[in-house]
Design a protein around this ligand. Sequence first.
Ligand code: GDP
Ligand code: MG
Length: 162
Amino acid sequence: ALPVVAIVGRPNVGKSTLFNRIINQRLAIVEDLPGVTRDRNYAPAEWMGHKFDLIDTGGITWEDGKIEEEIRAQAEIAIDEADVIVFLTSVDNHVTDLDERIAKLLYRTKKPVILAVNKADNPEQRQDIYDFYSLGFGDPIPISGSHGTGIGDLLDEINAHL
Ligand code: GDP
Ligand code: MG
């Protein structure tokens, strides 16, 4: 079986956009509103000759719309099934309460957790990531899932742990 990489993060940070970008297709449903049917969340991916399976954990079960349940389920799936966890946040909201709660869930694992800060679409935003050190996962990697910037750096970091 291929190593598994899971993307975890609160709703709307851009998990599905990043997933689609990495797998180079549009299988995950990107949406602005919660509660939209999410039907595809698992796909093979490859970077520099390293193959892995990528999971968009935000696509997995969430019927009653409880964010608390959603993030707990995401973290459990990542901790149980992934070899490498990508913890995705977003620069536009700085560090939120939900980011901190996800961080606490992820402290329980000894698996590698890579912190990426999405929506860093321009140079000013790429400089604006220092708050995210407080989450306790080391250097945050600024990325833009929609522009494609920083994705190579993130994939290099993933490969370093595969
Ligand atoms: P998810 O809920 O974490 O899966 O987030 P989505 O991938 O569905 O994205 C939520 C919203 O953020 C959508 O409107 C996306 O177009 C937008 N978005 C995703 N990535 C970026 C990015 O890098 N920059 C900006 N500005 N918007 C983004
Ligand atoms: Mg999504």
